[in-house]
Write a protein that binds this ligand. Structure first.
Ligand SMILES: *Cc1c(COP(=O)(O)O)cnc(C)c1O
Length: 367
C-alpha cells in the first residue's frame, strides 16, 4: 500500500463502500440493450411533478450564481407546509447528507450509534466514517426491535437511527410504538427518525412525528424529495429538530450544500400535493400487483408499506443476473444479510408486469 494511504485510519480503510443500484446506462453498455427497466433504487416511475420541472426551467438562467446558502425559499415553503419554524429545519444534498451531517456533528471516536440489522446501509457507513462504533441490533421479523435497541444503548451512545418505514425490508412501526419509545430513550441520545418513505403511508398509518418535536429535543426527523416527490437525481432532503441541534449541524454543513435547481424544484414540488395522491395510488396498485405475482410464483415476500417489496427468490445472485440479461435491474440485498432476497421497486403497471414475466423466466433459468 502506498504510504499516504497507510496513514489513513483503520476505521476508514475497513469501510465497505455503499453499493448503489446499477445505472441504466451501464447495463446498456454491457448488453447493448436499449429497453431497460430499472426497479432498483426506489425511484418514482411517474418522474417529478410538472410543477417541479417548470421551476427548474425557470431557475436555469440563474445557474452562474451560487445558490442561496440558507435555502430561505425552500425552508419557508417547508415551514408553512409542516408548521415548523425555519430555525428547526436543515436542508441536505439528499437526506443522505443530513444523515452524514448528524454523524459528523454528534458522533466520533469514543462514541457509538445504535441501528437495526437489515436497516438502511448508510447508518453503519456514516457511523464508521467518523470513527464511532456501530451497534447493530438483531431484527425482529425483519423490522426494528425497539425494545432490544433501547436495551443496547450504552453510556457512550449518542445516536439511535430508526428508519420508518425501513429500507430494504419495508417494515413499519406504528406512530404509537415510536412515540412510546421516545418517552423512554434518554435525552442524551439523538433519535434520528428517517422517514424517507413516509409519503407512501396510508391515511390510517400516518402519525404526527413533527408534533413530537416540542416535547423531545433529542428527536431529528429526516425526509427526502428523492422518493415520492421523484427528485432523486437532484439530491435534496431535509432534517427537522430542536433549533440547537439544527444550529450545531449547520456549523458542519457546507455553505452551498443544496444546488439551485434542487432548491427551486423542491419548493415547487411541495405545492403539488395532487401529484403525491397520484403517486400513492399508483404505488398501492403496484404493490398489490407485485404481491399477487409473487403469490402466483409461490415466492415469500416481506409485506411492505414503502414503494418496494423484498422477495425471497432462493439463489438471489443468479436470479438477479438472469433478470439483468433480460434488461431488468432490481436490487440484491446480500449486503443486508439477506442473500436469498431481491428488492424490487414498484414501477408502472406495465413495468411491474414485464418484471414479473422476466422473474418467472429467471427462476426457471436459475433452477
Ligand atoms: C433512499 C433513502 C434515503 C435517502 O435518500 P436521499 O436520496 O439521500 O434523500 C434515506 N433513508 C432511507 C431509508 C432511504 O431508503
Amino acid at each position: 500500500m502506498i504510504d499516504s494511504c497507510e496513514q489513513v485510519p483503520a476505521h476508514l480503510r475497513a469501510l465497505a463502500p455503499y453499493q448503489p443500484g446499477k445505472p441504466i446506462s451501464e447495463l446498456q453498455r454491457e448488453l447493448g440493450l436499449s429497453a431497460i427497466i430499472k426497479l432498483a433504487s426506489n425511484e418514482n416511475p411517474l418522474g417529478p411533478s410538472p410543477m417541479a420541472l417548470q421551476a427548474i426551467s425557470q431557475a436555469l438562467p440563474e445557474l452562474a450564481l451560487y445558490p442561496d446558502g440558507s435555502g430561505h425559499e425552500l425552508k419557508q415553503a417547508l415551514s408553512a407546509h409542516y408548521q415548523i419554524p425555519q430555525p428547526q429545519i436543515v436542508l441536505g444534498n439528499g437526506s443522505n447528507d443530513v444523515l452524514e451531517l448528524v454523524a459528523r456533528t454528534f458522533l466520533g471516536p469514543g462514541t457509538s450509534a445504535v441501528y437495526a440489522q437489515h436497516a438502511f446501509a448508510v447508518y453503519p457507513l456514516v457511523t464508521q466514517a467518523v470513527g464511532a462504533e456501530g451497534i447493530e441490533v438483531p431484527a425482529k421479523d425483519f423490522g426494528h426491535d425497539l425494545e432490544a435497541m433501547m436495551a443496547a444503548l450504552r453510556p457512550d451512545t449518542r445516536v439511535l437511527f430508526l428508519a420508518n418505514p425501513n429500507n430494504p425490508t419495508g417494515t413499519f412501526l406504528s406512530g404509537a410504538t415510536v412515540q412510546a419509545a421516545l418517552q423512554r430513550i434518554p435525552s442524551r441520545v439523538l433519535v434520528v427518525l428517517d422517514e424517507a418513505y413516509t409519503e407512501y403511508l396510508l391515511p390510517q398509518q400516518r402519525y404526527p412525528a413533527m408534533s413530537w418535536l416540542q416535547q423531545h429535543s433529542n428527536l431529528l426527523i429526516s425526509r427526502t424529495f428523492s422518493k415520492a416527490y421523484g427528485l432523486a437525481g437532484l439530491r435534496v432532503g431535509f432534517g427537522v429538530a430542536h433549533p440547537e441541534v439544527i444550529d450545531l449541524i449547520n456549523r458542519v454543513r457546507q455553505p452551498f450544500n443544496v444546488n439551485a435547481l434542487a432548491l427551486a424544484a423542491a419548493a415547487a414540488a411541495l405545492q403539488d400535493q395532487a401529484f403525491l395522491e397520484r403517486v400513492r395510488a399508483l404505488n398501492q396498485a403496484g404493490l398489490m400487483q407485485l404481491e399477487e405475482g409473487f403469490k402466483r410464483l409461490s415466492l415469500p415476500y416481506i409485506p411492505s408499506v414503502g414503494n418496494f417489496l423484498t422477495v425471497r427468490v432462493g439463489e438471489a445472485a443468479r436470479v438477479y443476473q438472469a433478470l439483468l440479461a433480460q434488461g431488468i435491474i432490481v436490487r440484491p440485498v446480500a449486503a443486508y444479510q439477506m442473500p436469498e432476497y431481491l428488492r424490487v421497486s414498484v414501477g408502472t403497471a406495465a413495468q411491474n408486469h414485464l418484471f414479473l414475466q422476466a422473474l418467472e423466466r429467471a427462476l426457471h433459468a436459475a433452477t
